[in-house]
Design a protein around this ligand. Structure first.
Ligand code: PMP
Length: 288
């Protein structure tokens, strides 16, 4: 039996959740989405995800087909219908069906679907041992071309960098912006630790304002750690003591090598491990 998918106005069987070939989400990557976790039966940071989704839609002039309250109801209904206790939700809003031309205002109405399922982005072993990454040559989208805060359906920039990583037999690539500063990984935010200080590039450097990033920054401060948002260079990544990535799907994962240079002692560092533990305690409702 397949999944129950929320499709515009209600639940349908997976086999019946079909998008038109004239949907501009498919034709042009015109739309927005969210990836959301469910931990211990609770939708994680739901308010933050709803806020980001509606702001992304506003920024690209996409009219949302339902109110925030209705959307929260639809998410909860979909999670329940699929019996998800620990899992992953993909919520997509496309511009909808229109004519063969860019004009988004020919598309009516926007299409919305919600998949509640599971995800394992990386094997468990990678979380223990830490991952290797490379610096991508593909430059992150200019923030004046596509605002990095918009979580749009157009991921080609990130996919080109991901291909570079896979061609180098590593799972992730670090993307730099047009000025050469660190932006983000292809689907995750970046943190380093240097002399006990936790640093992450600012959103203006070209990264999504990650919800996992926000949670980790809050937890780090609560741990008494100094957290700063500042521009980082490739050099900063090469000489840091610890390096980790955050994202809804990836959660918190240590990086132990970049461009052939070992980070620290080649294992996920102590602050990375502590923040990963705190993250799961918080996510599962312990240590609030
Ligand atoms: N950057 C990009 C490009 C992403 O796609 C994501 C989400 N996978 C993130 C960062 C992390 O954001 P969040 O913690 O909200 O999932």
């Amino acid at each position: 039996m397949g999944l129950k998918i929320w499709f515009n106005t209600g639940l349908v069987d997976e086999a019946d959740a079909k998008i038109s070939v004239f949907d501009h989400g498919l034709l042009y990557g015109d739309g927005v989405f969210e990836g959301i976790r469910v931990y211990s039966g609770r939708v994680f940071e739901l308010d933050a995800h709803i806020k980001r989704l509606y702001e992304s839609a506003l920024a690209i002039r996409l009219s949302m087909p339902m109110t925030k309250e209705e959307l929260v109801g639809a998410i909860e209904t979909t999670v329940k219908a699929n019996g998800i206790v620990d899992g992953y939700i993909r919520l997509v809003v496309t511009r909808g069906v229109g004519c063969l031309g860019l004009n988004p205002f020919t598309c009516k109405p926007s299409a919305l679907f919600i998949i509640a399922s599971s995800i394992q982005l990386y094997p468990e072993e990678l979380y223990e041992k830490g991952m290797r990454v490379i610096s991508a040559t593909t430059v992150r989208n200019h923030p004046l071309a596509i605002p990095p805060q918009v979580k749009s359906l157009n991921y080609l920039n990130n996919i080109l960098a991901k291909i570079e990583a896979l061609d180098s037999s590593v799972p992730e690539a670090i993307m730099y912006n047009h000025e050469g500063y660190v932006a983000e990984a292809t689907g995750d935010n970046i943190f380093i630790v240097r002399n006990g200080v936790v640093c992450s590039p600012p959103v203006e450097a070209g990264s999504l304002e990650g919800i996992t990033r926000d949670v980790v920054m809050r937890l780090a401060r609560r741990e008494g750690l100094e957290v700063v948002e500042k521009n980082l260079t490739r050099y900063d990544l090469y000489v840091c003591d610890e390096f980790f990535l955050t994202g809804t799907a990836a959660e918190v994962i240590g990086v132990v090598e970049i461009d052939g240079r070992t980070i620290g002692d080649g294992k996920p560092g102590p602050i990375t491990r502590r923040l990963r533990e705190k993250f799961f305690a918080y996510a599962h409702g312990k240590g609030q």
